[in-house]
Design a protein around this ligand. Structure first.
Ligand code: ZN
Length: 100
């Protein structure tokens, strides 16, 4: 019985804490703490200036990682265009071969 009471009490307490945390979060988003609009470094999430482009902090490590990611992203985009193009090319060749 006493064990059940403790569990019940603990549950009630955590609910109350959660509610308090939620309300304090709401206060903050309403403008309690003034935080200037900003971006985050895409690598280490350090806050950087809003107009920073690319959104990378000054660290060389982050710049290198960002460059590497950008390269692989570009390669992926090229592949995404190349694969359908090659497929269409082969399809056309197949149709031409069958008819001619
Ligand atoms: Zn960084």
């Amino acid at each position: 019985m006493s064990r059940r009471d403790t569990i019940l009490r603990a549950a009630k307490r955590t609910a109350k804490e959660a509610r308090a945390a939620a309300s304090s979060r709401r206060e903050r988003s309403r403008g309690g703490i003034g935080v200037d609009p900003h971006r985050h470094c895409v690598v280490c999430w350090t806050p950087v200036h809003l107009e920073e482009d690319p959104a990378v902090c000054g660290r060389e490590e982050c710049l290198n990682i960002h460059k590497k990611r950008e390269r692989s992203r570009k390669r992926l985009v090229i592949l995404m265009y190349m694969i359908p193009a090659i497929t269409v090319l082969f399809l056309i060749q197949g149709v031409m071969g069958a008819s001619g």
